[in-house]
Design a protein. Structure first.
Length: 578
């Protein structure tokens, strides 16, 4: 068994002190490699950049062993005539996110991929992890089975490196709340202070678990851990097989809209314990921790999960149908206001996650579409298609159950072709043209066609007077009006205005980010205005010809008059499920 020891003697330094002991070594060379990414977050994050003070030792002779770094994440040690090797290193941990490590005077949190090396060829070997907290009152929250507990350390076992990567650790004085669902133990571990009400939140989490369990027919774990970090501005989640990590603004629980967003986050990460952790694309069946793992199917793994994270709280009775339709409308609005939907196909968005989604720039909205967002839209259409064809006797739920039986239970990865076949088998119709148009191409999504059988329609909402279209988005920043985004081929783009320009005046009069829209109301489509900006500190004057107003808000609404059949379909889709 490999043995890792993790200490944090001076947590204020943000340095984890790690020792790896390898026994029964009988090769003249030992290779160690650090993962460059972690499953669930599709970006090469170069975790090795936080490693320092690396050294290798012969544990028996207490002598240092020669070592060298061969690449960004590859270390090699000379181990001739050495049977027990100790590797010592420290990892700087001061990035509070669900995919990295964080250590300070209040707690320690780490993900396996961001802290531990793997030994090529020994990835399937059991691993012992000993945690040495810096203070007697610090405890450890993880889903790994505990081997031993002494006065100053905790020891756990991971059956292999994949399991270690999949088991985050929270170490400190976190609040622990135990609860039970379907005779299985669950735990909510909260670090940080805020306005969360743990008791009522746990009751809502129980409702989510019950609804999601009914979709798949059981809970595929013995116990489950929710790690929740309450932070100043953070937001995010990362799924694991038996746990999830959540990061949420500490005072984001009182306002209903903010609380609903948190509930959606929980529903999303919990849903992933089926859809991606067990039902996953072939490219992710076996993880290659050293490089990108390409797949065109993240639209289903993430987008379908995003669709359900809106729907499940409504089914659970946490929020009502009107709230669900409002949330769905905001998602559709966000999609329709992203020009990149006309440029990047959904399958390409999935494939290019590694270089685009998490590396946004001023042109991102023009050139790409999120596989989360469009995947959610496509999943909505697929669910409505299946439900309308089979009068709610079949749905996207059945697709997930089919995939669970065929691939998830045995963790066999699916190909894009197998995914399409599973959806077609439930829909009972050839979906080749659907996939060609909406997944592999950029044709407009016909929302009304799919909403109409349910007595719903999508409408552009006019709020106040219509504002002539410029194609630029301006935000206040440090007392200045900053051009944040310019839509391709828009009036602002054709006039020569760039992102990061500072907007100064329209027709010779000062304008701010807050007053821009009001000023534009004085003009009409076709009018030409003079726009003054600072471009890299140089004053520039542009002539911009305004175009007709464009919708900024879309709303899914119920039709004025709907048939009994439409009413039944709507009720079957959105009725409470617990």
């Amino acid at each position: 068994m490999l043995h890792y020891q993790v200490a944090m003697s001076v947590p204020e330094s943000h340095l984890f002190e790690v020792t790896l002991q390898i026994n029964d070594w009988n090769s003249p060379v030992l290779d160690l490699k650090m993962p460059v990414w972690t499953p669930g977050s599709y970006l090469v994050r170069e975790y090795a950049r936080n490693v320092q003070d690396f050294s290798a030792w012969d544990a028996e002779k207490q002598s240092q062993l020669p070592s060298q770094k061969l690449s960004k994440n590859h270390w090699q040690i000379s181990t001739e005539k050495t049977s027990t090797v100790n590797i010592r290193y420290r990892v700087f941990a001061n990035e509070l996110s669900v995919r990295t490590n964080h250590l300070d005077a209040t707690h320690g949190y780490f993900n396996g991929a961001a802290l531990f090396y793997f030994v090529p060829g020994r990835e399937k070997q059991p691993i012992r992890i000993t945690i040495i907290p810096p203070k007697p009152n610090w405890r450890v929250s993880t889903t790994l089975p505990i081997l031993s507990l002494s006065g100053d350390s905790y020891s756990f076992e991971a059956r292999d490196f994949d399991t270690l990567v999949d088991s985050p650790f929270e170490i400190g004085t976190q609040e622990i709340h135990d609860f039970e669902v379907l005779n299985k133990p669950h735990q909510l571990a909260i670090w940080g202070k805020g306005n969360i009400n743990p008791a009522s939140t746990i009751e809502d989490i129980k409702k989510l678990i019950n609804v999601e369990e009914k979709i798949f027919g059981g809970l595929p774990y013995d116990r489950y851990l929710f790690i929740l970090h309450l932070s100043a501005m953070g937001y995010g989640g990362l799924e694991h097989k038996d746990s999830c990590s959540l990061n949420y603004p500490r005072f984001g629980f009182r306002h209903p809209e903010k609380y609903n967003r948190f509930i959606q986050l929980v529903a999303h990460e919990f849903f992933h314990l089926w859809n991606i952790k067990r039902i996953r694309p072939k490219a992710l069946e076996t993880f290659d921790y050293e490089q990108e793992n390409y797949t065109t199917s993240l639209w289903f793994s993430e987008g379908t999960t995003s669709y359900y994270d809106c729907l499940i709280p409504a089914w659970a009775g946490i929020y009502d149908v009107k709230t669900f339709l409002d949330i769905l409308s905001k998602e559709i609005t966000r999609y329709l206001l992203t020009p990149g939907r006309k440029v990047q196909p959904l399958s390409e968005s999935s494939f290019d996650a590694w270089i685009k989604l998490y590396r946004r720039d001023s042109n991102s909205d023009n050139s790409q579409i999120s596989y989360y967002l469009k995947g959610e839209m496509v999943s909505l259409l697929l669910d409505l298609l299946i439900r309308s064809r089979h009068k709610n006797q079949r749905s996207l739920d059945d697709v997930l159950r089919t995939l669970w039986e065929q691939f998830g239970k045995d963790e066999v990865g699916f190909t894009p072709e197998q995914l399409q076949q599973a959806i077609e088998s439930v829909a009972g119709v050839d979906l080749s043209s659907f996939f060609a148009a909406f997944i592999d191409d950029t044709e407009a999504l016909p929302f009304d066609t799919y909403l109409e059988p349910f007595g719903l329609q999508l409408k552009a909402v006019e709020k106040g007077e219509a504002i002539p279209y410029t194609g630029m988005r301006v935000i206040p920043e440090n007392g200045k009006a900053k051009v944040q985004f310019v839509e391709a081929m828009s009036p602002a783009n054709l006039a020569g205005i760039d992102p990061d320009d500072e907007l100064l005046a329209i027709n010779g009069f000062k304008v701010t980010a807050e007053s821009l829209n009001e000023r534009l109301l004085d003009y009409r489509a076709g009018d030409e205005i003079e726009v003054a900006v600072f471009h890299q500190e140089e004053l520039r004057i542009h002539r911009l010809r305004l175009e007709k107003p464009q919708p900024l808000v879309y709303q899914v609404t119920k039709m004025k008059s709907i048939s009994e059949e439409q009413e039944e379909l709507l009720k079957g889709w959105l009725d409470v499920r617990i």
